[in-house]
Structure formats: C-alpha cells, structure tokens
Design a protein around this ligand. Structure first.
Ligand code: 5GP
Ligand code: ZN
Length: 112
C-alpha cells in the first residue's frame, strides 16, 4: 500500500534500524521503545492487522513467530513479551500487521 508507513519502511523509503530481514518479513527496532529491547516484526505483504489473518495468509504469521524465536535467542532474551494491537481501543496506530517484541524490564499483567 503506497500510503502505508510500514510498507514505506519495507520499500526503503523510510529508514529503519534492522534486526533481521528475509524475503517474507522484516524486523526493526521501534522508534519509540517501550522497553530496553523493543523491535517490531512485520510481513512484507500488506495485511492490516491480526483481524485480517485468514487461512490464505496465515503462513506468514507462523514464519514471523519463528523469526521472533530465532532473533530473541540471538539477542540473548530469556524473557520477553510479544504483543499485537488490533484497532484503536487496543492502541493500534499503524494499520500494517506487526508484532512488538519487548524485553529487558519488569512487565505488569494484566496490561494497562
Ligand atoms: P502500534 O501502536 O500500532 O501497536 O505500534 C506501532 C509502533 O510503530 C509504535 O510502537 C511506534 O513507536 C512505531 N513506529 C511508528 N513510526 C515508526 C517509524 O517511522 N519507525 C519505527 N522504527 N517505528 C515506528
Ligand atoms: Zn503496509
């Protein structure tokens, strides 16, 4: 999508600090980190949110979780949280599917 911020990051039109990249997904550090380690993992195809995941596109979600596990291990994270916000009330601000990976501080449950 031409007007999507994360599609522009994928296209290299907006710079990002990359953690990992392959042909299907990109992981990069959040510009406004909410924990000592905070990166995002996104599919290279535009999917609006978890609400748009279906049987036809679900394989990318499994791939992204594989990448999260690999990168967390590589970064030495032994405890971390994976979050995906869906819709305004949950705090989604960028309408391109993304998984936050947060680590390095105590976290509350339930989330605020
Ligand atoms: P959401 O609020 O949709 O769950 O998460 C969007 C995330 O994208 C936020 O944590 C925000 O800080 C991050 N973000 C927004 N714009 C940029 C940007 O231009 N570059 C990077 N690296 N992160 C961004
Ligand atoms: Zn997009």
């Amino acid at each position: 999508m031409s007007d999507c911020l994360f599609c522009k990051i994928i296209a290299g039109e907006i710079p990002s600090s990359k953690v990992y990249e392959d042909e299907k997904c990109l992981a990069f550090y959040d510009i406004d980190p909410q924990a000592p380690t905070h990166f995002l993992v996104i599919p290279k195809t535009h999917i609006g949110s978890v609400a748009e995941v279906n049987e036809d596109n679900a394989a990318i979600v499994a791939h992204i979780f594989t990448v999260i596990a690999q990168q967390a291990k590589k970064l030495g994270l032994d405890s971390y949280r994976v979050v995906s916000n869906i819709g305004d009330q949950a705090g989604q601000t960028v309408p391109h599917l993304h998984f936050h990976v947060l680590s390095g501080r105590d976290m509350t449950w339930p989330p605020g």
